[in-house]
Design a protein around this ligand. Structure first.
Ligand SMILES: NC(=O)c1ccc[n+]([C@@H]2O[C@H](COP(=O)([O-])OP(=O)(O)OC[C@H]3O[C@@H](n4cnc5c(N)ncnc54)[C@H](OP(=O)(O)O)[C@@H]3O)[C@@H](O)[C@H]2O)c1
Length: 255
């Protein structure tokens, strides 16, 4: 098997720490890019302090690197995120890396008026034009991302949710698939979606059932273009339902 040193941005995050683990288990050398090295860094990884948006520390972080997996993100500042993505591409080209993988969101390009998703889609365009040997791995919303959004709405006597379709996926399954994707080192776009397409109302009902709560769930059709797109199912990929763990099962395991 080909091995090498993979610089993983976002390897301290929810998805990244799972992927870093998978890659090390597969015999790869993983260098973690983080803005602040932890007090007790995991000795299975090399650690590089740096910031992909400001560029601080990137020269050292890229030394001796064969590949990059970029999954860090800055959801609060999408325009800065794009600057950072372009910066990583430049460093990758200068370092002559053999493969650059970027993580995206299924359907992000089709959700208008949502700067974070627009930036994710533009970042993919930048990558495809960068001249790097590149690949893209898109996932649907993680169960662990959907749950707190729904739980926030729970405080009211009834649950008002936007009309829409989602296909949430287990983050551990995404991490395993993303690691396999990276190791293929092929210039492809791959999508990974959860096992079921459900309405947001159905997901809310499953959450309430798991908590033994009884409240009416009411769907409202928000007139914003972004929600109209979500209603049409642009965030889903039924033909790519490759995840096994349903939201209901994830809720059971979480309890
Ligand atoms: N959440 C979902 O449902 C979902 C669905 C599909 C795809 N995705 C994608 O999956 C990826 C990971 O998401 P996540 O929720 O797992 O991430 P997360 O937990 O929010 O972690 C964010 C990561 O980004 C790093 N980071 C942020 N700003 C940085 C900077 N300026 N320089 C260097 N590192 C920086 C953080 O590292 P330090 O704090 O250590 O510096 C951290 O490791 C994202 O690209 C996201 O778009 C998410």
């Amino acid at each position: 098997m080909v091995t090498g040193r993979i610089l993983v941005t976002g390897a301290t995050g929810h998805l990244g720490r799972r992927v870093a683990h998978e890659l090390v288990q597969s015999g790869q050398t993983v260098r973690v890019l983080t803005r602040q090295r932890p007090a007790h860094p995991d000795a299975r990884y090399e650690w590089a302090e740096g910031n992909y948006i400001s560029g601080d520390g990137l020269a050292q972080a890229f030394e001796g690197v064969d590949e990059v997996l970029h999954l860090a993100h800055d959801p609060q500042h999408p325009e800065r995120d794009l600057t950072g993505v372009a910066r990583l591409h430049s460093f990758g080209l200068a370092a002559g890396i053999r493969h650059f993988t970027q993580v995206g969101i299924v359907g992000a390009a089709q959700v208008p008026g949502f700067p974070y998703y627009a930036a994710k889609a533009q970042a993919e365009e930048l990558l495809l034009k960068s001249g790097l040997h590149a690949s893209i791995f898109q996932a649907t919303q993680f169960h662990s991302f959907v749950y707190p959004l729904l739980a926030k709405l729970e405080r009211l006597p009834l649950l008002l949710v936007p009309t829409g379709l989602l296909q949430p996926v287990d983050i551990g399954e995404v991490a395993a698939a993303l690691s396999r994707h990276v190791l293929k080192r092929q210039p492809i776009t791959e999508r990974f979606a959860g096992p079921e397409v459900l309405t947001i109302a159905e997901l809310a009902e499953q959450m309430l059932a798991a908590k033994h709560q009884h409240k009416p769930v009411v769907s409202i059709g928000l007139p914003l273009a972004a929600f109209q797109a979500v209603r049409k199912g642009v965030l889903t990929a039924p033909q790519m339902a490759r995840g096994q763990r349903t939201f209901a099962e994830w809720l059971r395991l979480k309890a």
